[in-house]
Design a protein around this ligand. Structure first.
Ligand code: F3S
Length: 62
């Protein structure tokens, strides 16, 4: 599946990094990096990250 994070909206709350560290990570500069293509077996975890993001910056595209 594909995901996208709107980095203009992301305020680096890092909840997604705690929910799915395989996909989301804050780099040394404190900016969010992520994998845009995610294994389907992580879908439930990514959906949790979508729901848990305070700024609703994460979207699942397919
Ligand atoms: Fe950003 Fe939301 Fe994650 S604000 S760091 S995408 S929890």
């Amino acid at each position: 599946m594909k995901i996208v994070v709107d980095l203009d909206i992301c305020q680096r709350h890092a909840r997604c990094c705690l929910s799915v560290p395989e996909v989301f990570e804050l780099d040394e500069a404190g900016l969010l990096t992520y994998h845009a293509t995610v294994d389907d077996e992580l879908r439930d975890a990514v959906e949790e990250a979508v729901d848990g993001c305070p700024t609703q910056a994460i979207r699942i595209l397919d």
